[in-house]
Ligand binder design. Structure first.
Ligand code: DGJ
Length: 558
């Protein structure tokens, strides 16, 4: 009522209340992006690096992504493209992306490829690349200049910030009312490869300086919840509150990585602060995590926003909303490392096509959104030929889109769970309230996954592919057994009501013990594109009367 009165008043004086900008907000004990004032799940896809520079290619790519039920396209835009001559800006590529997204009712996440992209400085305008005195580079130990701009170079930081601010100003001008662009990534996978720190004279001098009090204060304030790695590194020299980088963090490679992380964070925070001042969209950074080399900075980009540097980045770049994860290996482990109360999980890239990881996107999407309750999932290279019309990402995103109202309703609670078969896993077990769900994965299918939503005391929604789920009581002493009272397969209609396509039972369930996803008899279907949404009602057996035998109630399984 109050809102209506405000709206009527605004209309009467000829102003319309400003629409809420995209924003990250707490939901339960998690966080969700909100767009147009409503909770939003990023069912995303990131295009290949050069795609957004070809509007004709993007025209067909957008159509293909729309058919996959992708609601948010992540696309790069570069400093090189928008400021080819110093002080002269050309945002035609940005305009074209926005127009193409709007025509299909889709949103965008734009990636600002500026000073750094994948630990190198490629996307700089030519006037930056060719002025090595003004725009300083990092150096190797033998004094050679690297193709990596120094994170201490004031001139480059100022110039990239100016361009970024112009970009944000332009976004506000053309998109401030519609908010097609919902988030902005600053740089891409920053850090230094090949060494633990920059060896230029500028960097060597900075390394001898005192650790900034701003960093020390933040570490001290958050001492109890620092990442185990940082805590250990700081503890060894004795939790010093003052000193040079090696005095405070020891004289090993750990101090080098922290020093680099701090200066990358400060550089990027300056851009974020200036950009936010003109147009306040959520901004984030993304990490090149590395696979087995984690722990050896330089083998993966030293100083980048990897999980073990999270406290340094949070202290150095408070304007950055989150550190996103580009996860190409050890998916479950990395999701865990990047999920923190102050860091909602966003998987900005996943599924290494170049390593043959061609089919796992559906499973990872379900796991990220349902089990880790991340704000979104965006596989990389979504416009590559490999993602053809039959790719199962389409059915997976369609199901998540269909279930979105329920997912959002239970977000941030224990009523929303998910699972997927990683590597050689064969089974999983999930407990929600008084029910335990014993999941076995289909042995002949690689990508088995699903979600479970408790949508009523005894009512559950299951969705997924490649699994059998047996229902048992979580606490047999209180409830010695579980019966299935009803299984229906269908989907949700636009009004949020479950539409039953068919009743399911017999061979299409596991008898009276549980359900099959998909609900096919004989488990003969191993197709990646299968998807089943089932509504199941369960009944918890009451305890036996005193004096009766006290065994566990069972059901014959087959
Ligand atoms: C991670 C980067 O962030 C992407 O831009 C891309 O280069 C992939 N690696 C590899 O294709």
């Amino acid at each position: 009522m109050k809102r209506l009165l405000i709206a009527l008043f605004a209309l009467s004086i000829g102003t319309v209340p400003a629409k809420e900008l995209p924003v990250l907000k707490p939901v339960g004990d998690k966080t969700l992006l909100h767009v147009d004032g409503a909770p939003y799940l990023i069912l995303g896809g990131q295009v290949m690096n050069s795609s957004s520079f070809d509007p004709e290619w993007m025209e067909s790519a957008f159509d293909r992504m729309k058919a996959f039920h992708i609601n948010t396209v992540a696309a790069p835009i570069s400093w090189q493209a928008v400021e080819p001559v110093e002080g002269e800006f050309d945002f035609s590529l940005v305009d074209s992306l926005i127009k193409q997204a709007r025509a299909r009712d889709m949103r965008l996440v734009l990636l600002w490829f500026g000073t750094w992209k994948n630990a190198r400085s490629f996307y700089l305008p030519e006037w930056v690349k060719t002025d090595m005195d003004r725009f300083k580079r990092m150096e190797s130990a033998d004094g050679g200049r690297l193709e990596v701009i120094s994170n201490l170079c004031e001139e480059t930081n100022a110039a990239d910030t100016r361009a970024f601010v112009e970009f944000m100003r332009h976004l506000k001008k053309i998109d401030g009312a519609e908010n097609t662009v919902v988030m902005v990534q600053i740089q891409n996978e920053v850090g230094l490869l090949g060494d633990t720190r920059d060896r230029s004279a500028l960097a060597r001098r900075a390394f001898e300086e005192q650790v900034p009090p701003q960093l020390m204060d933040q570490l001290d304030k958050n001492k109890q919840r620092l990442t185990p790695h940082l805590k250990q590194v700081w503890a060894l020299p004795g939790y010093k509150m003052k000193g040079t980088w090696s005095e405070v963090f020891g004289d090993g490679i750990e101090a080098d990585e922290i020093f680099m992380a701090w200066h990358f964070a400060r550089y990027i925070n300056r851009m974020a602060e200036a950009g936010e001042a003109v147009y306040n969209l959520p901004m984030y950074v993304n990490a090149w995590i590395g696979q087995l080399e984690i722990g050896i900075p330089g083998k993966y980009p030293s100083g980048g926003p990897v999980a073990r540097m999270m406290d340094i980045w949070k202290a150095g770049a408070p304007t950055i909303e989150l550190m996103a994860a580009d996860i190409y290996a050890f998916y479950k482990l990395r999701c865990e490392e990047f999920s923190r109360q102050d860091n909602p999980l966003f998987v900005s890239e996943a599924c290494a096509l170049w390593l043959g990881d061609r089919w796992s996107a559906p499973a990872k999407a379900f796991y990220t959104i349902a089990e880790k309750q991340g704000i979104g999932f965006s596989p990389f290279g979504i416009d590559h030929d490999h993602y053809d019309a039959d790719h199962p990402i389409g059915v997976a995103f369609a199901a998540l889109e269909n279930l979105k109202p329920l997912i959002v309703k239970h977000f941030g609670t224990e009523n929303l769970r998910g699972y997927f078969k990683e590597d050689e896993e064969t089974e999983n077990s999930i407990t929600i309230g008084p029910y335990q769900f014993n999941i076995t994965y289909q042995p002949l299918l690689e990508d088995c996954y699903g979600l479970i939503i408790r949508n009523g005391e005894n009512e559950f929604i299951f969705a997924g592919n490649g699994a059998r789920i047996v229902f048992v009581p979580a606490n047999p002493k209180d409830h010695p057994g579980v019966s299935i009272t009803l299984v229906e397969e269908g989907s949700f209609d636009a009004g949020g009501e479950f539409f039953r396509k068919r009743l399911v039972g017999g061979d299409e369930t596991i008898g009276t013990a549980g359900i099959k996803l998909p609900a096919h008899g004989y488990d003969l279907s191993h197709h990646r594109n299968n998807m089943s949404i089932q509504r199941v009602r369960l009944f918890l057996h009451p305890p036996r009367k005193e004096g009766a035998a006290q065994g566990t109630d069972t059901t014959p399984e087959f």
